[in-house]
Design a protein around this ligand. Structure first.
Ligand code: PA5
Length: 429
């Protein structure tokens, strides 16, 4: 189970402030449990863990297997909550280089022309034997009308029509709201396969619905184990959520102390996209009404050589949350060389996990001495079950913390403003 240690951050908060924040966290959890807070119609991400839909998990596992057999390339076409969760889990649990199963690529998450142009060219490139690639597209949009996603989907559909003619519909899987939206009209007209984003689950809380589960299954990850990891965290925290409540209380007290940035840091490059998912989950939930701690992501050691200076000695406006994996998931150790010309033989025989762990401990010590409040979130090992637990841990933290700020965690009214301005400039009518 996830362990959360706030001890290094507590020294920055006096006892009475912490206790007041702790009361707010308890009240916030109560609001979530009893659906009495603002946005309580969006709590389906909790309900679905209380009553898992095993038939849907099975259906998605089978679809994932089918696509793994048939596809050379699988495109995840979505933006924000419609792709960040899938990418987070896939990056955390897939091999870096040896590809087993289809190549997984992303589209619809921006409107950079060069990327899309080159993606389309890559997809058009035949295989070595001269036959067209087998390409499957999963378009994911709850509203069915997000411009970034819809535009990429338009271009991808044209490519599939060109390559596969009448059979192109078989290569498209749509994940969208139950009703309404332009995507649903296309599904009706073309007969695309459809999976539903439940009405009561917002995009950034949707990784364990078909939104995230289809791409994750296509990547060959055991979605049942992932889902039931989250279920086990849900059951545990319904009984006793002290670690989540303490973290939420601490974050609330840090917010009140005027700190404005939370750096989600990891020493495991595999977890960088988990950081991206947490960034959206918290950022879009808490950043309203002039409130919130800006969530950002750092991958160490890489970013110790870019952001490390600021974190150590810059404006004291930040806290850090480290996402840690305790058990090694690589056996690589340092070789010994004759002559020791690079003077690294003192590390010979040590595993990279051990060295990376010392780098992390040293960094935490230095940043803590540099007056950065630090939270440590531990997973025992890197596997689907623990990632499932981590997902629910951060979803629950988000709900509790944001309610403790007296903010509705589940809407995103500010996102519309750029859209209005963009559509006006584009001449949409
Ligand atoms: O978390 C959210 O609700 C958002 O990030 C959405 O997922 C994002 O805006 C994409 O919306 P849609 O799925 O409607 O295309």
């Amino acid at each position: 189970m996830i362990k959360c240690d706030i001890s290094l951050a507590r020294k920055f908060i006096d006892e009475s402030t912490y206790l007041q924040s702790r009361k707010k966290a308890d009240k916030a959890f109560d609001q979530l449990k009893h659906k009495t807070g603002p946005g309580s119609e969006w709590l389906g991400w909790r309900d679905m863990l209380a009553k898992p839909n095993d038939a849907e998990i099975e259906q998605i596992s089978e679809l994932g297997e089918e696509i793994r057999q048939k596809a050379d390339v699988f495109i995840v076409c979505g933006i924000g909550g419609s792709y960040l969760g899938a990418k987070a889990v896939i990056d955390a649990l897939s091999a870096h280089f040896d590809q087993n199963g289809p190549e997984i690529l992303y589209a619809g998450h921006h409107m950079g022309g060069k990327y899309l142009e080159q993606l389309l060219a890559h997809l058009r490139q035949p295989k070595e034997d001269g036959t067209p690639k087998s390409i499957y597209v999963n378009v994911i949009s709850k509203s069915g009308s997000t411009l970034e996603t819809a535009l990429s989907f338009r271009m991808l559909r044209a490519l599939l029509d060109d390559l596969y003619g009448e059979d192109s519909s078989d290569h498209i899987i749509c994940t969208t709201g139950a009703e309404g939206g332009l995507l649903n009209k296309m599904i009706e007209a073309k007969g695309y396969r459809k999976f539903i984003v439940p009405d009561d689950v917002g995009g950034r809380f949707s990784v364990l619905t078909p939104v995230g589960l289809i791409p994750i299954a296509v990547a060959g990850i055991d979605i049942r184990t992932l889902f039931y990891g989250a279920v086990s965290a849900f059951n545990k925290y319904e009984e006793n959520a002290v670690e989540v409540l303490e973290y939420a209380a601490l974050r609330n007290a840090i917010h009140e102390s005027g700190k404005t940035i939370d750096v989600f840091a990891t020493f495991e490059p595999e977890l960088a996209s988990i950081g991206g998912w947490i960034q959206q989950l918290l950022g879009e939930s808490e950043g309203k009404e002039g409130k919130g701690i800006f969530p950002t992501v750092a991958t160490f050691s890489t970013d110790l050589h870019s952001l490390g200076q600021f974190i150590q000695q810059g404006q004291r406006s930040l806290m850090e949350t480290f996402i840690i994996v305790d058990k090694p998931f690589s056996k690589l150790s340092v070789n010994e060389i004759e002559g020791d010309d690079d003077k690294l033989n003192y590390l010979s025989g040590k595993s990279f996990h051990e060295i990376n762990t010392k780098a992390r401990e040293g960094t935490i010590e230095a940043h803590s001495e540099g007056d950065v409040p630090i939270v440590r979130v531990h997973m025992e090992s890197l596997n689907a079950e623990n990632i499932g637990q981590l997902i629910y841990f951060f979803e629950l933290l988000t709900g509790i913390f944001v309610y403790s700020l007296n903010v509705n965690p589940f809407n995103q009214p500010g996102v519309e403003d750029y859209k209005k301005a963009m559509y006006r400039l584009l001449g949409k009518h």
